[in-house]
Write a protein that binds this ligand. Structure first.
Ligand code: MRU
Length: 365
C-alpha cells in the first residue's frame, strides 16, 4: 500500500542486509515509526508485544526471526532454539507454526554454512507469496462485492462490516478482509465500511480506520456492540472478517467478538464471509474448540491506552480499583455460521468437502 505516495510493505529486509524493518503498530494511529529488528529476540519481542500482529504478518516476522537467528548460530541447536523461542510468542495464529515448519523444512537438510543465505531467501519468498495470496483473495472477493452492488440501486454503496484489523497492516500487503474492499474501491464500486472498534486492543479503531482513510475508503468506526443493531436495520450488506486459524471442517478462530457478529449476521440474513489465506488453514484440527485461545492481560480491559499530543503513551483506568479484567483474545465461529470462505484459489463452502476441494494437496498432506 502507499503512504503519502510511497509504496510500503509491513516488513522488509533493511538496506544493509543486517536486520529487518517493520512499522511499529503499537504507536498507530498517532505515530508512524519504522522499527529495526536486529536479532531473533527482537523479532520474538515484536510479535509478543504486538508491534507486529495479524496472522499472516506474525508468520512473516517468524520467518525473518529464523533468518536473523541463522546469522548468529546456524547449527542444529541454533535452529532448534530459535524455533522454540518464536513458538512461544503467541499461541493462536497457526501461521506462526506454518512459517516455522516451512523454514525448518528448507534449512534442516542444509549444511550450517548455507543456512543463513537460504533462510533470508525463504523469508523473502514467503512474504512475496503472502502478497500474491492476498491480491488473489481480493480478486475473488471483488466479484462477491460486485454481485451485491449489482442488486442495489445505481450508486448506492455496498455496506461492509469488518471486525479487528485484517487489513494490510495484518499481512505483508493488501490485507485479507480489506483486499476485496480495496479492489472494489479501486474498481469504482462505492463501498462504505462499518469498522468495529475491537476492544480491548482497538485494532479496528486504531489500524483499520487508519488504513481505510489512507486509501480513501469511506468508513465509520462503531462500538463493538453496534453491529447487531445496524444489521437489524438493514444497514449492513455483508460482513467480511479475517481468521487466525481455520480448521479442516471450516470452523473459524478470529478476534474476540467475531462469533457475536456471525450470530447477528445469521439472525438477520446478512452474508458472513471469511477471507482465508491457505497458510491459515490447520488440517490437523477439526473442531474449532481445540484451537488454543490466547489469554491476554486483564489490564488491557481495565485500562484504556492512548497517546497525548506530545506522543507519550498514557493509560487511564476504566474500572473501579479491585475489579479485575478477563481477556480472551480470540473466539471460534462455527462453520455453520459462515456463508463462504474466500481463499486465494476461489470461494468455497466452510465445510470439509469445500476446503479439501480447493486444497486437495494440503488436505492430503
Ligand atoms: O490480536 P491480533 O491483532 O493479532 O488479531 C488479528 C486478527 O484477529 C485478524 O483478524 C486475523 O489475524 C486475520 S489478519 C489477516
Amino acid at each position: 500500500m502507499k503512504i503519502d505516495g510511497v509504496p510500503f510493505r509491513t516488513i522488509w529486509p533493511a538496506e544493509d542486509g543486517r536486520a529487518v524493518e517493520i512499522l511499529d503498530q503499537t504507536l498507530f494511529p498517532h505515530r508512524f515509526e519504522i522499527l529495526r529488528l536486529s536479532g531473533m529476540d527482537q523479532a520474538a519481542h515484536a510479535i509478543r508485544v504486538m508491534q507486529v500482529r495479524g496472522a499472516p504478518l506474525i508468520g512473516a516476522t517468524t520467518a525473518y526471526g529464523v533468518a536473523l537467528a541463522m546469522r548468529v548460530d546456524a547449527t542444529d541447536a541454533g535452529l532448534a532454539e530459535a524455533c522454540a523461542t518464536l513458538l512461544e510468542t503467541r499461541p493462536t495464529a497457526v501461521n506462526l507454526h506454518w512459517a516455522l515448519e516451512r523454514m525448518k523444512a528448507v534449512l534442516a537438510p542444509l549444511p550450517a554454512e548455507a543456512r543463513a543465505e537460504a533462510a533470508w531467501a525463504e523469508a523473502a519468498a514467503l512474504c512475496d507469496e503472502d502478497v500474491a495470496i492476498n491480491a488473489a483473495i481480493g480478486d475473488h472477493g471483488l466479484e462477491i462485492i460486485r454481485a451485491i452492488a449489482a442488486k442495489k440501486p445505481a450508486g448506492e454503496p455496498v455496506r461492509v462490516l469488518t471486525h479487528c484489523n485484517a487489513g494490510w497492516l495484518a499481512t505483508v500487503d493488501w490485507g485479507t478482509a480489506t483486499a476485496p474492499i480495496y479492489k472494489a474501491h479501486d474498481a469504482g464500486i462505492p463501498v462504505e465500511v462499518w469498522v468495529d472498534e475491537t476492544r480491548p486492543r482497538n485494532q479496528g479503531a486504531f489500524l483499520t480506520a487508519w488504513e481505510l482513510g489512507r486509501h480513501g475508503v469511506k468508513h465509520k468506526v462503531i462500538v463493538d456492540n453496534a453491529g447487531g443493531h445496524l444489521m437489524q436495520r438493514g444497514l449492513v450488506d455483508m460482513v467480511i472478517v479475517g481468521t487466525d486459524r481455520t480448521t479442516a471442517r471450516g470452523d473459524v478462530c478470529n478476534k474476540i467478538g467475531t462469533y457475536l457478529k456471525a450470530l447477528a449476521a445469521h439472525d438477520n440474513g446478512v452474508p458472513f464471509y471469511v477471507t482465508l489465506p491457505s497458510p491459515t488453514l490447520d488440517f490437523s484440527v477439526q473442531d474449532g474448540f481445540d484451537i488454543p485461545i490466547e489469554s491476554r492481560s486483564g489490564r488491557e480491559v481495565t485500562h484504556l491506552a492512548g497517546m497525548t499530543a506530545s506522543g507519550a503513551v498514557e493509560e487511564v483506568r476504566l474500572t473501579p480499583e479491585g475489579s479485575e479484567g478477563e481477556n480472551p483474545a480470540f473466539d471460534v465461529t462455527p462453520a455453520r455460521l459462515v456463508t463462504a470462505l474466500i481463499t486465494e484459489r476461489g470461494v468455497c463452502a466452510a465445510t470439509e468437502e469445500g476446503i479439501a476441494g480447493l486444497f486437495p494437496d494440503r488436505a492430503a498432506a
